[in-house]
Design a protein around this ligand. Structure first.
Ligand SMILES: [Zn+2]
Length: 143
C-alpha cells in the first residue's frame, strides 16, 4: 500500500498507516469525513474520502484501492480497517494523521450534540493558501 502511493505521488515522501478509532468510525459507515477543525482544513482540505470497495488487508487490491481513493488528497479512510496519511516529510505525514483523527473525533461528537457547522469553501481555500505560504516560506514547523 505504501509503495502504491509512492508510485502514484511524486510529491509524497512519507506514508503513515494507522488503525485509529474515530477515523475508523467513518470507514465503518462509509462516510466521507468533512473538515470541522481549522488545522484539518489547512493541511488536509475540505474532506477525506474512503476507499471503495472494501479490500482485505495486505492485498494488492487494497494497495490499488487506497492509492486511487487518496488521489491528490493527503489522507484516505480505509473501510473497516483504518486510515492512511501522507506528506512531503514524515513529520507532515504524522501531523496529517493526528489532525485527521482529531477532526474525526470532533465531527462525531458534534453530530451527537447537534448539526456540525462546516466551513465555506472560500474559507478552506484561504486557510490552505495561508498554510502553504507559511509552510513553504517561513517556519516549516508552525503547523
Ligand atoms: Zn492496517
Amino acid at each position: 500500500m505504501h509503495a502504491a502511493v509512492y508510485k502514484k505521488r511524486a510529491d509524497v515522501n512519507a506514508v503513515i498507516h494507522t488503525h485509529p478509532v474515530f477515523s475508523s468510525v467513518f470507514g465503518a459507515v462509509k462516510m466521507a469525513l468533512p473538515a470541522i477543525s481549522e488545522d484539518f482544513a489547512q493541511i488536509v482540505g475540505d474532506k477525506v474520502d474512503f476507499a471503495e470497495p472494501y479490500e482485505l488487508p495486505g492485498t494488492e487490491e487494497l494497495a490499488i484501492s487506497a492509492a486511487k481513493a487518496l488521489g491528490k488528497h493527503n489522507a484516505v479512510i480505509l473501510p473497516n480497517h483504518g486510515s492512511l496519511s501522507v506528506g512531503d516529510t514524515i513529520k507532515m505525514a504524522l501531523k496529517v494523521s493526528v489532525v485527521l483523527e482529531k477532526n474525526a473525533q470532533i465531527y462525531l461528537f458534534a453530530r451527537l450534540l447537534g448539526t456540525p457547522q462546516l466551513f465555506q469553501q472560500k474559507d478552506i481555500d484561504a486557510m490552505q493558501a495561508f498554510a502553504k505560504n507559511m509552510y513553504g516560506k517561513k517556519n516549516k514547523d508552525y503547523i
